[in-house]
Unconditional design. Structure first.
Length: 64
């Protein structure tokens, strides 16, 4: 049986921390930011930490 390929799209969008958590940027950062106030814009700059279940799935997709 051949090896499973890692998902290229997942590699580009997510990163695994030392402790095994998956982090990514928040959605809604592309364009049309006029309705956002300052607080919302600042919150979007921070990384989003995914929960344990999603971190396991993302990690599995990134393995070669």
């Amino acid at each position: 049986m051949p090896k499973m390929k890692s998902k290229g799209a997942v590699k580009k969008r997510f990163r695994i921390t030392k402790n095994g958590k998956a982090v990514c940027s928040h959605p809604g950062r592309g364009h049309m930011h006029a309705p956002y106030n300052g607080e919302t814009g600042r919150k979007l700059r921070r990384r989003m930490v995914l929960n344990k279940t999603w971190s396991i799935l993302i990690g599995r997709m990134m393995e070669p």
